[in-house]
Design a protein around this ligand. Structure first.
Ligand code: ADP
Length: 421
């Protein structure tokens, strides 16, 4: 069976597909079928057929364009490509010859003659065309291709503009919703803190452990909601280029120490060592200290989340002539090469969220997948870069990850025009 000659038939009409397939299979050929031009090109590259039968009117690329595309590939320079089409005008035939077909057959298919016609082209048979006619057809064909290309580009530009419009509507909607939710939530948060601190509740908490669990649980959940809503607001501001930096002289060591202090308790509970030597950070640069602190907070938070108990996290700083590079290095699970760019996309998480806080490896914590996108937006708004290096992900060997924040030492005062992906 394997030595049967393979014929690829590129045709979108089901009736023709079945008829030709039946006739040629009966004549001893292996027939494979593609319904669209692009699919036909892919199938031809995969299967390397001995002959291709080509419909001209296909839903995506025309049969002529598929032929030209295949002829540009060394492997299809000489194989017979035969047009099989209902367009019988001479001009259509000339155009197909200009595109590079070997022969031209008309539909409806002549059931009795097709196997012999295929055999003829397989044995080297070629249709002929007058040189002058061919040259004219080549000019007409290249004009046709350019016109089609222009129409396609215009079509793509139109749909791109429409997608951008819809994307903006979505961004505005998210921002508005988050904004509307934040106002009442701030109140709820305030009241919950007042409740937590009120002498009556304190007394009740001392008397019944349930009360303590309920009230503290309530405050923690509200805090988490506030954090998520703030993240959504920050990301939509960054995405629409509306992040206004409040540039002041910023001491990197001071903000890093503050961030570490925030995580000290969580790190101690998990027996994680955070290595940080402030004296080796002689850097004051011009930046938005609040937003830079937010980035460090996200990156250190991730390092803690994705490093198992007993691990080591090192924060260090290298200073060059024009920039400073902060390194956040962990001894955690690492990140696959494929994910090292994608994790900076909005709402992208490389981990299985099912595993987050319920599995045995509970060092991971759930997240929306916004932290890195926000951090990258903020660093780029400063004219800097944020990237990661890791050998790959391995929960046994723990190759670790290193995140790099590169920041220019000079102030970057212009309002950023960049957009997140
Ligand atoms: P999340 O809220 O999910 O932590 P982030 O944008 O901060 O969102 O991170 C996106 C994804 O990148 C995470 O879900 C995780 O899979 C991966 N990631 C981030 N930091 C680390 C790290 N230090 N080690 C391993 N994986 C990480």
């Amino acid at each position: 069976m394997a030595d049967k000659t393979t014929i690829l038939y590129i045709e979108d009409d089901l009736g023709s597909q079945m008829l030709v397939q039946r006739m040629l299979s009966f004549a001893g050929y292996r027939v494979i079928v593609a319904s669209r031009g692009i699919e036909g090109i892919d199938m031809a590259q995969r299967e390397l057929p001995s002959l291709i039968l080509m419909d001209i009117n296909l839903p995506d690329l025309s049969g002529r364009e598929v032929t030209t595309r295949l002829r540009s590939d060394e492997r299809f320079k000489t194989i017979p490509i035969v047009a099989l089409t209902s367009q019988s005008q001479t001009s259509e035939r000339d155009l197909a010859m200009a595109a590079g077909v070997t022969g031209y057959l008309n539909k409806p298919v002549d059931v009795d003659r097709l196997p012999a016609q295929v055999a003829h082209y397989l044995q080297g048979g070629k249709d002929t065309i007058d040189e002058v006619v061919l040259r004219k057809a080549q000019v007409a064909y290249s004009q046709e291709v350019v016109t089609r290309l222009e129409a396609k580009i215009r079509e793509l530009e139109r749909s791109n503009a429409e997608l951008r419009r819809l994307d903006k509507i979505k961004d505005d909607f998210i921002q508005l919703t988050a904004h509307e939710l934040r106002t009442p939530l701030t109140l709820i948060y305030g009241y919950s803190r007042l409740l937590q601190d009120s002498p009556i509740v304190k007394k009740l908490k001392a008397e019944a452990s349930d009360v303590s669990m309920f009230v503290d649980g309530l405050v923690e959940s509200i805090e988490r909601m506030v954090k998520v809503i703030n993240e959504i607001l920050t990301i939509s501001r960054i995405a629409s280029g509306r992040v206004d930096l409040n540039i002041t002289p910023t001491n990197l060591a001071t903000i890093t120490a503050a961030v570490i202090k925030n995580y000290q308790e969580a790190a101690q509970k998990r027996n994680l060592l955070i290595n940080f030597t402030p004296s080796q950070w002689p850097v004051t640069l011009h930046g938005d200290s609040e937003l830079l602190e937010l980035c460090l907070h996200n990156l250190l938070g991730n390092a803690i989340k994705y490093t198992p108990d007993g691990g080591l996290i090192t924060l260090s700083c290298r200073v060059g002539a024009n920039n400073a590079v902060i390194l956040i290095q962990d001894s955690g699970i690492g990140i696959n090469k494929d994910d090292q760019v994608r994790i900076f996309d909005r709402f992208y998480t490389a981990s299985d969220t099912q595993l987050h806080s319920t599995s045995k490896t509970a060092f991971r914590g759930g997240g929306l997948g916004l932290g890195l996108a926000i951090s990258q937006g903020v660093i780029e708004a400063h004219g800097g870069r944020l990237w990661v290096e890791s050998e790959g992900r391995d929960e046994e060997k723990l190759p670790g990850s290193t995140f790099y924040i590169e920041l220019p030492l000079q102030a970057h005062t212009s309002t950023p025009q960049h957009k997140l992906p």
